[in-house]
Structures are given as structure tokens and as C-alpha cells.
Design a protein around this ligand. Structure first.
Ligand SMILES: C[S@@+](CC[C@H](N)C(=O)[O-])C[C@H]1O[C@@H](n2cnc3c(N)ncnc32)[C@H](O)[C@@H]1O
Length: 253
């Protein structure tokens, strides 16, 4: 069994949750209440509690399994189950935080104004979503399906271009930042990009396709990925991944 000393663990967590930390770094003030939407297993929710110890805190996710892990991390947080497609808050929050979750929810032109309407006067809204939909890993996924005559629901559309988030946030907040960061991940192992995508863009497709069709599709996609993302001589694979961040501070009354 590997045992971690606290400093080693801090570094590991910082790497895994790097975009979440990048987002938190741009939040100002001391919120007295916050909600983490799509909180997953709750590590970032607990980090927000550490930064704002006086704040009341809520972690919301659609998955009970995720929330149960959060419950083990902290009993201070109010962990609640909810679906962001229809969720409406029953109160206002000084900070609405959401990291790597909204990409699963459609129609951001309606979603973002709805979520922002639950921020209190003077409060903040902070979001991060993957914006890698033009990357080769995505294009080749749809290209492989098309070549095999498989029709896939195109899930790339839910994340909007940066200027649309800027428009939405500027309508509600005094001070707005919208930016992209591209992380170049150094992946290890065979077919590392395919393995990465299995946990993200491929997830719904793995359950959508029948077994025979799926193995044909995976073979074609794997071969295309090997050419697009060649393994380096040291066995690693470089995988650039772009993320979009938007922060609004000082909600207009
Ligand atoms: C990639 S995880 C991110 C978890 C966490 N925010 C983090 O950064 O570590 C995405 C989370 O969004 C949740 N999620 C996806 N669709 C959702 C929805 N419609 N409503 C609420 N949560 C949702 C998933 O259950 C998952 O826990």
C-alpha cells in the first residue's frame, strides 16, 4: 500500500484539481455562503470550506455515489442531490462555484442566466468547463463514427464561445474575467489519449453503442488517435487540453 505524507498528497491533489484551483484563485472577497454545483466527490468543495471557514456550504450533484464520497470528506458541508438541467435554488448564495460540470448540461444561453440569478447582490459566479471540442481527439471521434455510418448525438454544442459567457456575465456583474487555459497533459501508458477520453467524451458513447459496433468503432478511433498523438521516445504522450474559465464579481443589484 502506498502511504502519502501530507505534503506529497497536497501536491498530488493540486495537480489533479489544477483547473479548480486556477478558478478559485480569481475569486475575491469572503463569501458567507457558497454552493459548488456538480461537486463530484467534493474535494474542491472542501477546499472552498478551508478558504472560507465562516461560510455556510452546499455541494450539489446529480450522483448519489459522488455525494456519498463527499459526505465521508466532510460533515460540515450540506450535500444535496439535484439535476442542474432544472435546478432552482431556494435561497441566494454569495458564491456559485462550478468546476468541470456544466459541459454535461445543455443550453447554456438559458442555464447561465438562471444560475447567476441565485447569486446575492455583490456576490460572485465562477465556472470552468472543458473547451476542447475542436481538438483532434473530438474531431476523430465523430469522424470515426461517420466513417462507420454510426450516428452519434453531437454533444460538442453545449459549451459556448468565450464571448457569449462574457455577454451573459457582463449583464449581471460589475467585474468579469473570461479566459482559456490550455494544459498540456503528459500521459503515460499505451493508448493514453483513448484511456483519457473514456472518462470524458467517450463515456456516453460507451453505453450507447451495441457491443459489435462499439469494438469496430474503438478500433478505428484508437488507430486514428495513435497517429494524431504519437507516443514520445520516453513512452509519454502529450495531450493538449483547453479549458474555459468565467468569473463574475460584484453582482449588480
Ligand atoms: C468531472 S466531474 C467534476 C467534479 C468536481 N466539480 C471537480 O471538479 O472535481 C462532473 C460532475 O458533474 C456531475 N453532473 C453531471 N451532470 C449533472 C447534472 N445535470 N446535474 C448535477 N450534476 C451533474 C457529475 O455527476 C459529476 O460529479
Amino acid at each position: 500500500m502506498t502511504t502519502w505524507d501530507p505534503e506529497q498528497y497536497r501536491q498530488f491533489a493540486a495537480e489533479r484539481f489544477r483547473p479548480g484551483y486556477e478558478l478559485m484563485a480569481r475569486i475575491t472577497g469572503s463569501p458567507q455562503s457558497f454552493i459548488d454545483l456538480g461537486c463530484g466527490t467534493g474535494e474542491l468543495t472542501v477546499e472552498l470550506c478551508r478558504r472560507y471557514p465562516a461560510a455556510s456550504s452546499v455541494g450539489l450533484d446529480s450522483s448519489l455515489e459522488m455525494l456519498q464520497k463527499g459526505q465521508k470528506l466532510s460533515s460540515h458541508v450540506n450535500w444535496i442531490q439535484g439535476d442542474l438541467e432544472s435546478w432552482r435554488a431556494d435561497r441566494e448564495y454569495d458564491l456559485i462555484f462550478t468546476n468541470a460540470a456544466l459541459q454535461w448540461v445543455p443550453n447554456h444561453d438559458a442555464l447561465i442566466p438562471r444560475l447567476m440569478s441565485f447569486v446575492s447582490s455583490g456576490g460572485s459566479f465562477a465556472m470552468q468547463v472543458p473547451a476542447n471540442f475542436e481538438a483532434k481527439s473530438h474531431r476523430l471521434l465523430y469522424e470515426s463514427a461517420a466513417e462507420l455510418g454510426i450516428s452519434l448525438k453531437d454533444r460538442r454544442a453545449s459549451v459556448l464561445p468565450a464571448d457569449r459567457y462574457l455577454d451573459h456575465l457582463s449583464a449581471r456583474f460589475e467585474d468579469v474575467d473570461v479566459w482559456y487555459t490550455e494544459y498540456v497533459h503528459i500521459l503515460r501508458g499505451q493508448d493514453a489519449v483513448l484511456e483519457w477520453v473514456r472518462g470524458t467524451a467517450l463515456r456516453p458513447i460507451l453505453t450507447e453503442l451495441a457491443e459489435a459496433q462499439l469494438s469496430q468503432f474503438l478500433e478505428m478511433y484508437r488507430n486514428k488517435l495513435r497517429i494524431a498523438y504519437p507516443e514520445q521516445s520516453n513512452g509519454t504522450t502529450r495531450f493538449p487540453f483547453r479549458r474555459l474559465f468565467a468569473v463574475g464579481r460584484g453582482r449588480k443589484a
